[in-house]
Design a protein around this ligand. Structure first.
Ligand code: GTP
Ligand code: MG
Length: 332
């Protein structure tokens, strides 16, 4: 008991110092706060509460696309272009959690190396596995801290394809999808369900053959798709490696900042989603903790395996705990 209380005191003292550091633009405090919040250390929510009013200014760009499409190279080039225009930039690289992708991470670091040396750019990686508050919320939290720190633009680079990726870019104001010539990538991206959230398409590696075909493919898809009255996403050709098309891309991003997802209805929807995500995590944490302590969950599993009950009845019988949880939250 005593030990736990002491740890909490130390953490709360350092939270204050760290928050102060973040407000003063201290990069080490920034890095430390991100880690503490990511790990959901006691006091994380209070820290976010005090950072929240400082933010709301940064534009968050999500960048997604198939592995090797050039997302990191593009992120690097785009970040540099933003800096040249007077913006400060934060980069969140969502790392693959699988050990098989370890090489990709190292590659990322190497390709982003020249970015790291610019004081206007802060780069941070985020693990996908074990993201305590969920992947999207994790990215949202880090982006928000960078925003409060004073970054004008935050770029979130996802790794891998699939649902995780769609989940992460939900934290962004603007989503760009990177396609490349060959392998029918344009079509793949659309299949992965990313189309609904794409604000901008980039056909990278335009130095290679077939880029115009990909642009035409995407244009064709967009023509026949219903994007809910939103303006049709621009399609931009780049060669990140040769730094070509980057100015046009950043122009389009800046233009995108002014429209689309900044609409009030979209913002309201995002806030709603965020509240629900946070509540979901808290309730589940509470229940899990409780069920584990009481042994009720194990008992229920046993009962089901012995065919005495079923999962549906178990849920109904465990539900009173939720009411108890909400009561105990009200009194604290
Ligand atoms: N030819 C050509 N190669 C490029 C271009 N952009 C990036 N590349 C190369 O493509 C490879 C992958 O680039 P990355 O930037 O790591 O791609 P990524 O999408 O971040 O890859 P993952 O994060 O591993 O999914 C590297 O060898 C880059 O040098 C380009 O415009 N043209
Ligand atoms: Mg990458």
């Amino acid at each position: 008991m005593y030990k736990g209380a002491r740890v909490e005191t130390i953490v709360s003292i350092s939270w204050e110092t760290l928050l102060d550091g973040v407000k003063k633009g201290n990069v080490r405090s920034l890095a430390r706060i991100i880690t503490l919040v990511e790990n959901r250390e006691p006091g994380w929510k209070d820290a976010m509460k005090s950072l929240y009013p400082l933010g709301g200014k940064a534009k968050i760009v999500g960048i997604t696309g198939s592995p090797g499409a050039g997302k990191s190279t593009l992120t690097n080039a785009v970040a540099r272009d933003f800096v040249a225009r007077g913006y400060t930039v934060g980069i969140i690289a969502v790392d693959p959690s699988s050990p098989f992708s370890g090489g990709a991470l190292l590659g990322d670091r190497l390709r982003m190396r020249d970015v790291v040396t610019l004081p206007e750019i802060f780069i941070r990686s985020m693990a996908t596995r074990g993201a305590l508050g969920g992947l999207c919320q994790g990215a949202r939290d880090i982006a928000r801290i960078l925003d409060a720190f004073g970054k004008d633009v935050v770029i979130i680079e996802t790794v891998g394809v699939g649902q995780d990726e769609v989940e992460v870019v939900k934290a962004a104001d603007l989503v760009m999808v990177v396609c490349v010539p060959g392998q029918g990538d344009g079509i793949q991206a659309l299949k992965a369900g990313i189309m609904e959230i794409a604000d901008l398409y980039v056909v990278n590696k335009a130095d290679r053959e077939g880029a115009d075909e990909v642009v035409a493919d995407i244009g064709g898809m967009l023509d026949i798709s219903d994007n809910g009255g939103r303006p049709q996403p621009p399609v931009i050709k780049t060669s990140a490696l040769a730094n070509q098309g980057i100015t046009e891309l950043v122009d389009a991003l800046v233009q995108g900042f002014e429209s689309g997802r900044n609409a009030d209805s979209w913002q309201a929807q995002r806030v709603k989603e965020e509240i629900l995500t946070l509540v979901e995590t808290e309730i589940l944490d509470y229940l899990r903790e409780n069920w584990e302590r009481t042994g009720d969950l194990d008992k229920a599993v046993e009962g089901i395996l012995e065919k005495q009950t079923d999962p549906y009845s178990v849920v109904d019988s465990l539900l009173p705990l939720i009411r108890e949880a909400s009561r105990s939250k009200e009194t604290t």
